[in-house]
Design a protein around this ligand. Structure first.
Ligand SMILES: Cc1cc2nc3c(=O)[nH]c(=O)nc-3n(C[C@H](O)[C@H](O)[C@H](O)COP(=O)(O)OP(=O)(O)OC[C@H]3O[C@@H](n4cnc5c(N)ncnc54)[C@H](O)[C@@H]3O)c2cc1C
Length: 379
């Protein structure tokens, strides 16, 4: 009789989606190995804002995934010594059309726990985001923010130490079949395999990836010097209402889009909207833009950074601090679905978040994939 495979689950990719699968399986007592070609996390999962957003996620499954993922982040952060740097979201509105979208949002089930603040309340409780143009702001208590470049390595170290997950880094996976993973460092056997390649569209199961029309999206990101104030929450603006599906799919968003098209056409053309979050040292992570291509160029356009900073000044006042760091990141993007889960072979799942929401949904997706592979109830 053949020996049992040494692992129950092999995971390809040590980004947040792969780590989410590893956690869900480890919590069931499964023996897990995670393989990644890079020596340390280097993909979207460490280039993002670390902004775990619930409010604004696409209504239905994505919104529920985000609620669940936020809860898992809170549990894991406490155990893995990952600081939660701030909680909540302040979405500022400086146009009546934006206020109409926020009011409509609050009438949906997704508005539970959220509130519309008037300009005086913003001045009192969130003074950094108070400008003469401000009409109102949505306050959401649901979000939390971690410093991804520290949180992802800590999460992996904790999975290794606390849950006995095996990590094989510097290990490129060349092919995957049922129960068998061929890598640049030999063959790994496992009962089940979760392939979580992020935005690598071409190495594993390229034909399956192509079926879903997946391409890549490039984002430009900035870090600004400590402005001297402390944000009470992550900050977004009118542009986010036209971009994030939880708001943008509401009928009221049509009038806002028309107005933004007239007033900020360059922002819309470059997919610029505003997210501002703050780090422990006071610096601000600010972004972003969206440009789509199967292989996006690696260059950060100064004019696009200028558009991001224009919106920053419109929301947080004219004195934008100096830029101390710039980077680009890429994520997988599909035209018609936020998530791809595919079965390229028996006992194998290909799992990709195909919109910019993996930090906010990865743990829930990991639970879904593990339930799909091993059966039973979700963790
Ligand atoms: C700039 C930016 C800002 C963002 N902001 C947010 C945000 O604030 N909130 C939010 O929720 N989401 C955000 N996102 C989206 C989020 O970061 C992604 O959805 C998420 O990180 C994707 O995780 P992943 O594990 O699928 O991919 P990745 O983090 O890219 O990890 C995939 C891993 O797979 C490995 N890999 C691939 N193929 C192989 C192979 N054949 N062999 C071995 N290893 C392989 C890669 O080396 C990589 O480490 C942002 C993304 C970007 C780029």
């Amino acid at each position: 009789m053949a020996a049992d495979p040494p692992f129950d689950l092999a995971v390809v990719g040590a980004g947040i989606v792969g780590l989410g699968c590893a956690l869900a399986a480890a919590r069931r007592g499964k023996r897990v190995v995670v393989m990644d070609r890079d020596a340390q996390a280097n993909g979207a999962s460490v280039r993002n804002f670390g902004f775990v957003t619930v409010t604004g996620q696409e209504r239905g499954e994505m919104w529920r995934r985000a609620l669940r993922t936020r809860d898992v982040w809170a549990e894991v952060a406490a155990e893995a010594q990952i600081p939660i740097l701030h909680r909540g979201l302040l979405l500022t509105a400086r146009r009546p059309e934006s206020v109409a979208v926020l009011e409509a949002f609050l009438r949906t089930e997704m508005g539970a726990g959220c509130r519309l603040l008037d300009a005086d309340e913003v001045l009192r409780d969130h003074s950094a985001a108070s400008t003469p143009e401000l009409l109102a702001a949505l306050w959401s208590p649901h979000e939390l923010r971690v410093e991804s470049r520290e949180a992802i390595p800590r999460l992996a170290a904790w999975l290794e130490a606390r849950h006995g997950v095996t990590f094989r880094r510097g290990t490129a996976v060349l092919s995957v079949e049922t129960s068998k993973v061929v890598t640049t460092r030999g063959v790994v056997e496992a009962e089940a395999v979760a392939v979580c390649p992020g935005d690598d569209l071409f190495s594993l199961f390229p034909d399956r990836v192509a079926t879903y029309g997946v391409t890549r999206c490039k984002l430009q990101m900035l870090r600004l010097a400590d402005p001297g104030y402390r944000l009470s929450a992550g900050v977004m603006s009118d542009l986010g209402l036209a971009r994030y599906a939880g708001y943008a799919a509401l009928p009221e968003a049509g009038a806002l889009r028309t107005r933004l098209q007239a007033e900020q056409p360059d922002h819309l053309r470059h997919g610029v909207h505003l997210i501002v979050v703050q780090s422990a040292d006071g610096t601000l992570v600010v972004g972003d833009s969206h440009h789509y291509a199967p292989t996006p160029d690696p260059f950060a356009d100064e004019a696009v950074d200028g558009l991001i900073l224009d919106e920053f000044r419109a929301v947080l006042g004219p004195g934008a601090p100096r830029v101390v760091e710039r980077w680009t990141g890429t994520y997988a993007s599909a035209p018609d679905r936020p998530v791809v889960v595919d079965t390229p072979a028996s006992g194998v799942r290909l799992a990709m978040v195909t919109t910019g929401a993996g930090a906010s949904t990865g743990f829930a997706l990991g639970e879904e994939v593990v339930t799909d592979l091993f059966g039973g109830a979700r963790s």
